[in-house]
Design a protein around this ligand. Structure first.
Ligand SMILES: [Zn+2]
Length: 129
């Protein structure tokens, strides 16, 4: 499926239903490779990231325009949104060290694969292309 603003917005809406995430206002944005380089530095191959305004339950998902498996990245970032309150709790206690960060990312990725399969099984967007 082509990465464009319409497909990104539709996928986010479908996933919000699937993931019971309707209480968060989520906006998707496609960003350039240069944007990612400025944000994450030369060496990074970042496909996407999210930002959240916790006080107003508004999240932004940013997807690298060069990302090939962008659907997977959208889901990954949405699982981050699901887990954000837990992360906020951890951050109040102490910053995650690199082991904790790795474990957290592995958990996010495993959940993402589950949601990706559920999304594909639901034949959401994939149907009408
Ligand atoms: Zn992540």
């Amino acid at each position: 499926m082509e990465l464009n603003q319409v497909n990104l917005a539709r996928m986010i809406i479908e996933l919000q239903d699937l993931m019971r995430l309707n209480d968060v206002d989520i906006e998707g944005e496609i960003v350039s490779k240069d944007h990612m380089l400025v944000k994450y530095g030369e060496d990074s191959m970042v496909h996407g990231y999210y930002e959240i305004a916790r006080s107003i339950n508004k999240a932004f998902i940013f997807i690298n325009e060069d990302c090939e498996e962008w659907e997977q990245t959208v889901i990954h970032e949405m699982v981050h949104v699901v887990c954000d309150q837990f992360l906020a709790y951890i951050e109040r206690k102490k910053q995650l060290d690199s082991f904790g960060d790795t474990v957290f990312e592995q958990m996010i990725e495993r959940l993402s694969v589950g949601f990706l399969n559920a999304w594909i099984d639901n034949e959401c967007l994939l149907d009408d292309d």
